[in-house]
Design a binder for this molecule. Structure first.
Ligand code: GTQ
Ligand code: FE2
Length: 361
């Protein structure tokens, strides 16, 4: 293409004019960038942070009193918004964490979307989430999957409110600019039966209905009861004697993560010394199902107790110590990092000194 008169002029002007010309033509010079494009190690915007149950739950209750849910409003959700992310309602750059409150007799209307979600029950009973016609009953400590593009609605038929933790890959799917959303024609989708997905695994280990494995696009198991999780952790602790034991929630047909875009795990901590300090790429959100203790994240001590939620940023140094037996539910973006060969982990030889204590708001 011939160089026109204006372009010829641009290359001849002084430095300031050059910068102005670049800006007006939507170009940026690498040499003048303020933040380092490639730091030697990850420099996350995500801050280590903690939300206290004693702060969040009363606010959720208050929202329950004064905010109704119906089409339009849809669900009573308080997002754990990381203060490092400039006002975005995200807990980390890849993960959405939130507290959802559903009062007795209430229903959150049916819809589906491309971001995948999990529900981890914190308090209450008498609720089911219907996932593509399968009404999954919810009790504290249970994990319910609503994989991408599955219809879901939440229904409280009991006498008390329920509170659960919502985990979604929404920030990741938003970054990939791949969000689709659709409302179901009915407020509540038709129910085919209750806890249907569990038939797959409770009948006989190692046997599934022929064809089930090859046709599945997501985990056919949608409900992971706490009783099973707890039994597995108890056995692991008895066998290993370790201070920290963890189980991963997997797709029973593939052995891969229950949700392809984020990992779900439960860790049991026994009161003892601080655990080994580890850092890894990718962020994690912790939900304290029960117990109390503290975690040191990059030298900052976070004291936690039942119902608290906290986040660890990519490449932050993390160790834990329980004051009493504690169960911590954790989600992380690790499967994405693994798929892209970006997963790195490092075990530190000694404990990081504690320099500050996080003061919760
Ligand atoms: O319950 O379907 O926290 O669609 C965010 C988006 C919960 C839900 C959230 C959702 C839901
Ligand atoms: Fe949803």
């Amino acid at each position: 293409m011939p160089i026109d008169a204006a372009d010829t002029h641009t290359v001849e002007v002084g430095y300031d004019e050059l910068c102005g010309a670049l800006q007006s033509r939507d170009l940026q010079a690498l040499w003048s960038m303020q933040t380092r494009l490639m730091p030697e190690t990850p420099a996350p915007a995500t801050l280590p942070w903690l939300w206290k149950w004693s702060t969040v739950f009363p606010l959720a209750q208050r929202a329950g009193e004064i905010v109704t849910i119906e089409r339009g409003g849809d669900r009573r959700v308080l997002a754990f918004a990381n203060p490092g992310l400039g006002g975005l309602p995200y807990t980390s750059t890849t993960l959405w964490g939130a507290l959802q409150y559903l009062g007795p007799g209430e229903s959150a209307p049916a819809h589906r979307h491309t971001p995948s979600a999990i529900r981890f029950v914190m308090k209450g009973k008498g609720v089911y989430t219907t996932v593509d016609g399968d009404a999954c009953e919810m009790e504290p400590g249970d994990l319910i999957l609503t994989p991408q593009w599955t219809w879901h609605d939440h229904n409280n038929y009991g006498e008390e409110p329920m509170v659960w933790f919502d985990g979604l890959d929404l920030p990741l799917v938003a970054t990939l600019e791949s969000i689709f959303f659709e409302n179901h024609p009915q407020d509540n989708q038709p129910v085919r039966g209750h806890n249907l997905s569990q038939r797959l695994v409770t009948s006989a280990p190692g046997l599934v209905e022929a064809g089930a494995a090859s046709s599945a696009t997501y985990s056919p198991l949608l409900r992971y009861p706490y009783a099973d999780t707890s039994r597995a952790l108890e056995r692991l602790h008895a066998e290993t004697g370790e201070t920290l034991v963890s189980v991963a929630y997997v797709n029973p047909l593939t052995g891969g993560p229950a949700i392809p875009t984020f990992a779900c795990q439960m860790s049991r901590l026994t009161p003892s010394e601080r655990t080994t300090t580890v850092r890894k790429t990718g962020s994690s959100i912790y939900v304290v199902l029960h117990g109390s203790g503290c975690s040191v994240i990059d030298g900052q001590r976070f004291d936690w107790a039942t119902g608290d939620v906290f986040v660890t940023p990519s490449w932050s140094s993390v160790d834990h110590q329980a004051k009493e037996p504690s169960d911590l539910f954790v989600i992380s973006d690790q499967p994405v990092l693994e798929a892209l060969h970006l997963h790195r982990t490092e075990t530190l030889g000694q404990h990081q000194p504690v320099t500050t204590t996080f003061a919760p708001v």
